[in-house]
Design a protein around this ligand. Structure first.
Ligand code: SAH
Length: 504
């Protein structure tokens, strides 16, 4: 039992096979509440980041040149942490009970009286084939599947595998950890009567942007492996279900599959974009080159919020402006009622969504996001003499307020926030790894150039994508060639443009 104070607990959590979206909701909740994270599998950064920043992270896996803990040492460690009153997440790849020694760890916890929970994960044995378009069962092909370890060499000593049972073309046999012993395994299967034309599928790094798939037959698979160079970690599937891939291949058929995409937007906004890239089969490389910080004139930013109902209209040009507005409203202990009858305009659907999330139904969302056109739409809805508050970035362009003033509106431009550059000494190297570099605002271009002064040359061999014409223009002013400009100036629009066959 734990001593005085709160009781510790250990969650054995399966992280899934790679795609961070395959972590369970329960796993995410356990991670969000843990004091200590013990992991041996190189889980995606997105999953590790679900643990709170102050959480102690202990990597117990193999690392070149460093002593790694033995299984007994790992088990002793989580028992001790639990005893010490910690909330511990023990994170494993795939599922915790599929060739992952979760059974031993759970037993040690039970015997030591440390409370624990098991949070199953999506196993690579099923998800790897699924992302290759291979269903592990299919009415037309089989009524059972077996998951086996290929770790033991079947030609040496006693193998506990019953190859007579596994050599069944009508059942599906799935091997994990089989690449080293593949020659011996295929020989055994043939010896036990599995026909040479039995389909074989190999899925390397399934569910990841680095996924590779080789399809062959029992007779040709060793040649196919040698030719393709496909290697561990891989799932090897024997059986007729492998033939379904030609019909239902999906993940690695997406246009962005396997592309490495540099994301330069601020850290608090990368999550959504990064997740969407993962879903499209791309690998996001996160490199925030700007951060959103308070403006120079904080007093003016606060004063405008306090007297917002004095205006006929308030216009927000970004989600950051909305966030800043409501942070300040909260600081003076007020809420959305502060708007009174003041009408609200939102430039862009994401800005409108941020307002809607706070209970504000906007009165105007211009149909385009280019300043000149926005001005025209605002003019159509306002009268000369009306007062407009523009709550926006400190470094924004002046076209919008100037046009409104020219037509007799009284415009107060208030800086809600400003962007500052973030130093990233790795940016050059990250850019080199990337296939596509994305800019979601003019400031991200400036932030990139701040870190990589010779941006034009660094980006010459890359595909460069801009969220809209203004951002593209800024890039070109720095000598950067822009290949892709989104039609709809949102992250969704950018993703759509990236996925066009011509773009990649
Ligand atoms: N508990 C894990 C398996 C651990 S054993 C699970 O349920 O998935 C490690 C083996 O799993 C590897 O040798 C490989 O065969 C397989 N594996 C794990 N992740 C994989 C992935 N993304 N793609 C293909 N195989 C994977």
């Amino acid at each position: 039992m734990t001593g005085a104070g709160r009781a510790g607990k250990v969650w054995l959590v399966g992280a899934g096979p790679g795609d961070p979206g395959l972590l369970t909701l329960k796993g995410a909740r356990a991670l969000a509440g843990c004091d200590t994270l013990v992991y041996d599998y190189l889980a995606s950064q997105a999953i590790l980041e679900l643990a709170p920043p102050q959480c102690e992270r202990i990597y117990v896996g193999k690392q070149a040149g460093r002593h790694s803990l033995t299984q007994d040492e790992i088990t002793a460690l989580i028992v001790k942490l639990g005893h010490d009153g910690k909330k511990v997440v023990r994170l494993k790849g795939g599922d915790v009970f599929v060739f992952a020694r979760g059974g031993e760890e759970a037993r040690a916890l039970a015997e030591a009286g440390v409370p624990f929970e098991i949070v199953p994960g999506v196993t690579s044995a099923i998800a790897g084939p699924a992302y290759a378009g291979i269903p592990v069962t299919h009415r037309a092909h089989n009524t059972s599947f077996t998951v086996a370890t290929g770790h033991e060499d079947p030609t040496k000593g006693e193998s506990s595998l019953d190859f007579a049972k596994l050599a069944n073309r009508k059942a599906t046999t799935i091997f994990l950890m089989a690449m080293t012993n593949l020659a011996a395994i295929t020989a055994k299967l043939r010896e036990h009567g599995l026909p040479g034309d039995t389909p074989v599928g190999i899925v390397h790094e399934g569910t990841k942007p680095t996924q590779e798939v080789v399809v062959a037959t029992l007779d040709t698979v060793l040649d196919a492996v040698a030719r393709s160079g496909i290697s561990a970690p891989a799932v090897v599937v024997f059986g007729n279900v492998v033939n379904e891939r030609e019909h239902i291949r999906w993940f690695d058929a997406q246009p962005l599959f396997g592309k490495r995409v540099l994301v330069t937007r601020p850290a608090h906004q990368t999550g959504d974009f990064a997740t969407r890239l993962w879903e499209a089969g791309a690998e996001p490389i996160v490199a925030p080159v700007i951060a959103i910080v308070p403006p120079d004139d904080i007093a003016a930013a606060a004063a405008a919020v306090a007297r917002v109902r004095d205006y006929d209209w308030v216009a927000f040009t970004s989600r950051n402006g909305v966030d800043a507005f409501f942070d300040r409203l909260r600081a003076i202990e007020r809420d959305a009622r502060a708007f009174g009858d003041t009408k609200v305009a939102a430039i862009g659907p994401k800005t409108a969504a941020a307002l809607a999330a706070r209970g504000i139904r906007v009165d105007l969302v211009p149909t385009t996001f280019v300043n000149e056109a926005v001005a025209a739409e605002l003019l159509a809805r306002t009268q000369p003499g009306e007062r407009v508050l523009l709550y926006r970035a400190q470094e924004a362009r002046d076209v919008l307020p100037e046009t409104l003033r020219l037509h007799g509106r009284t415009v107060d431009v208030v800086a809600a926030y400003r962007t500052r550059f973030v130093d990233d000494p790795e940016l050059g190297a990250k850019t080199e790894r990337a296939d596509i570099v994305t800019f979601t605002s003019s400031s991200t271009v400036a932030g990139f150039v701040h870190n990589v002064p010779d941006a034009a040359r660094a980006l010459a061999p890359k595909r460069v994508a801009a969220i809209g014409p203004i951002t593209a223009q800024t890039a070109r002013e720095h000598g950067i060639r822009v290949d892709i400009v989104a039609d709809e100036f949102t992250v969704d629009g950018l993703l759509f443009a990236l996925a066009e066959p011509a773009a990649v």
